[in-house]
Design a protein around this ligand. Structure first.
Ligand SMILES: Nc1nc2c(ncn2[C@@H]2O[C@H](COP(=O)(O)OP(=O)(O)OP(=O)(O)O)[C@@H](O)[C@H]2O)c(=O)[nH]1
Ligand SMILES: [Mg+2]
Length: 392
């Protein structure tokens, strides 16, 4: 069975390392007093025998200084990002133990925000809040309520709070005769075991989303760069009779996006890519759209600015359409066989809907060959068409 990872996170001094020692039954993680944090880098611990079927990751505690908080957050993020690299699934997080000090009677929203920032990659992973140092049995109920209340105010920074467990990790002496005994550790282990199968699924989902978001981010920067290039082509004062002038720009754009999504460049793949380029250059949809944009009455813009807008709209719409299409192929929902589907998809991206609301947007554009202003107008025009953003 796949071994899961538990991320232990929380403010400095709440007792994360002490908790890990209690769970593993050995003094392996360094703990202590001090004026700085004790744990200074991420550390992975594993039970020597097979009784604990998950690894435990000790982290740098959040300290009051912002720079130290950033350091702690960055360390977890970097460690998680490794997971997105090939064959590094060891770095996934399957359950989070968010440790809160049971003696402090406070849980500040910023502490929860630090948690969600550090674990932002693992949005669906189940979280157990561990109330450490729960020496007073009488205060436990109140502490549990405090945790629920604090999380309820942080819906925007939502995470999957599943369980709140008060623990005492090491016995705590009040004097020679009065002790608070270790407590809650078995419950924590059992609850974690129960949540692990779900946590393994959740990590897969979160990782897929992370990888897709990154691809989408890179692909969108390609679209912006290609649109800027297309605008430059449009601005050249020659007759922009058909969109064929854009072919090299579009081909480069579509090839780059295809590479980001790892689209196979076999015969079928090439045909698929060509059909996207064709949609933007020789298709009836593109030609109709160009004529319609040119024919909007009462627009006080020179021909070259209008041509630049049109070129931008086409390159941008094709790019967005390609991102959507390649993402469907990457996810396995479609294949490069689906030429008719992609043609229809791109026709809808180049539909006359753009023209409907174009007038007020174009009226705002000054008649100057400023590529940045034109790019902004192009994006505004595309945004007027419902469904043009790439729905997940
Ligand atoms: N007796 C007792 N002491 C505890 C318990 N939990 C934490 N402590 C004490 O609290 C102090 C801080 O504990 P650590 O485990 O070092 O805290 P940490 O969260 O790992 O701190 P950083 O590494 O700085 O983030 C230590 O002196 C621990 O002995 C507990 O359950 N019982
Ligand atoms: Mg520590």
């Amino acid at each position: 069975m796949e071994r899961g990872n538990v991320l232990v996170i929380g403010n400095s001094g709440v007792g994360k390392s002490t908790l890990i020692n209690a769970v593993l039954g050995e003094d392996i993680a360094k703990t202590g007093w001090g004026s700085t944090g004790t744990t200074s880098k991420l550390e992975v611990y594993e039970s020597k025998n097979d009784d604990i079927p998950f690894r435990i990751i000790d982290t740098i505690g959040f300290q009051p200084s912002l720079s130290q908080q950033h350091r702690a957050i960055r360390a977890v993020k970097q460690w998680s990002n490794e997971c997105a690299k090939k064959g590094k699934t060891d770095n996934q997080i399957n359950v989070i133990w968010f440790c809160v000090d049971g003696t402090s009677s406070k849980l500040f929203p910023d502490t929860i925000k630090n948690l969600t920032k550090a674990a932002s990659m693992w949005k669906s992973v189940p979280v157990i809040v561990v109330i450490t140092k729960s020496y007073s049995i009488l205060e436990r109920k109140q502490n549990i309520q405090m945790v629920h209340n604090a999380f309820a105010t942080q819906k925007r920074h939502g995470c999957n709070l599943r369980e709140v467990i008060p623990v005492v990790a090491a016995s705590y002496a009040l004097n020679e005769t009065a002790f608070a005994e270790p407590d809650g550790i078995t419950e924590l282990i059992n609850t974690t075991n129960d949540l692990l199968p779900e946590g393994l699924q959740a990590a897969k989902k979160d990782l897929d989303n992370f990888v897709l978001n990154r691809k989408r981010f890179f692909a969108q920067s390609v679209v912006t760069a290609a649109t800027t290039a297309g605008i430059a082509v449009g601005l050249v004062p020659i007759t922009f009779s058909d969109a064929a002038l854009l072919t090299p720009t579009e081909a480069a754009e579509i090839n780059s996006i295809a590479r980001i999504y790892g689209i196979n460049k076999d015969e079928k793949g090439k045909r698929f890519l060509q059909s996207i380029v064709d949609a933007g250059t020789v298709s009836a949809a593109a030609k109709t759209l160009i004529s319609a944009l040119k024919a909007i009455p009462g627009i006080n813009l020179g021909a070259s600015v209008i041509n630049a807008v049109i070129a931008g709209v086409i390159v941008f719409a094709l790019g967005e359409g390609s991102i959507y299409a390649f993402e469907q192929i990457y996810r396995g929902n479609k294949s490069t066989d689906d030429i008719d589907w992609v043609k229809k998809l791109l026709e809808s991206k180049l539909s006359l809907n753009i023209v409907e609301k174009a007038k007020p947007i174009l009226e705002k554009l000054k008649d100057s060959p400023d590529p940045k202003a034109i790019l902004k107008t192009v994006m505004e025009l595309i945004a007027t068409v419902p469904g043009t953003s790439n729905e997940k």
